[in-house]
Design a protein around this ligand. Structure first.
Ligand code: ADP
Ligand code: ADP
Length: 236
């Protein structure tokens, strides 16, 4: 089933400014199935951030459509869009974005607390995620006392607690050494395989992209080419 359907997205910045305009996206179409693990790669300035912002409802396209789980993003405004983003989308960033005043456990459960989930639901979810991400021992700790890799695994767990239809990961390995990068990419692989989570990764990191089933290359705001892998990443 298609979970993300992107139809001919154009994004032009500064259309009315005197310095002229920048076409950040020149007509991008993309279809992502449920449970797919996809990477978007491209040089700096190619439009990756703009694409991610448009797909996740942070920015509106100049033209084109984005459907997530059958819902057209541009048809939602204000509170409805905010609610949709909170319930249906998960986000992971390069710099983790954890709250230092909360423990790992509290950080992970925060989105569930905001959704007023029951303690039983929260404990069950925490148990599942802590075993997938191997973070049981650090649950009572504070973010500034754990490693970068552990912080990122905490951030990914937090992004998953409300079972998003799609998880957007923007350079998630950008601040990690190669060993921690491998661990986090294996975690993404696990959630794709075991929880059928859909993950869209935006990255410069070829090693990270090698874990994905499909790699889309963008250049000058257009999809330039893509690679679909057959089996494990060894066959890439
Ligand atoms: P990437 O993430 O691949 O580095 P971006 O999406 O950030 O690419 O940028 C694509 C193009 O759009 C670049 O030429 C960039 O300078 C331009 N751009 C991005 N955001 C803005 C903005 N808010 N206003 C004007 N131009 C922008
Ligand atoms: P990255 O390299 O991580 O993709 P960028 O440095 O390209 O990030 O962009 C960071 C932020 O600045 C983005 O939100 C992008 O939309 C914005 N931006 C990029 N280029 C421009 C620009 N020429 N004018 C205004 N904002 C821009």
């Amino acid at each position: 089933m298609t979970i993300l359907d992107v139809k001919n997205i154009v994004k032009i910045y500064g259309g009315s400014s005197e310095e002229g305009s920048t076409t950040a996206l020149g007509g991008v179409s993309l279809s992502v199935n449920e449970g797919e693990f996809i990477a978007v790669m491209g040089p700096s300035g190619s439009g990756k951030t703009t694409l991610l912002n448009v797909l996740s409802g942070i920015d509106t396209p100049t033209s084109g459509e984005v459907l997530i789980a059958g819902q057209e993003l541009s048809e939602m405004k204000g509170d409805d869009l905010a609610l949709f983003r909170r319930k249906k989308l998960g986000f992971v960033f390069q710099d983790f974005n954890l709250l230092d005043s909360l423990t790992v456990k509290e950080n992970i459960l925060l989105p569930m607390v905001l959704e007023r989930k029951t303690t039983t639901e929260m404990e069950a979810k925490l148990d599942d995620l802590a075993s997938i991400f191997e973070i049981k021992s650090i649950l009572p700790k504070y973010p500034y006392t754990i490693s970068g890799g552990q912080q990122q695994r905490t951030a990914v767990s937090r992004a998953l607690v409300n079972e998003p239809a799609i998880l957007f990961a923007d350079e998630p390995t950008g601040n990690l050494d190669s060993k921690s990068s491998a661990v986090i990419m294996e975690c993404f692989e696990k959630i794709v395989n075991e929880l059928s989570t859909t993950v869209l990764l935006v990255t410069h990191d070829v090693f990270a992209a090698s874990y994905c089933q499909k790699v889309v290359f963008i250049k000058d705001g257009l999809i330039h080419s893509y690679i679909v892998k057959k089996g494990s990443r060894k066959e890439f």
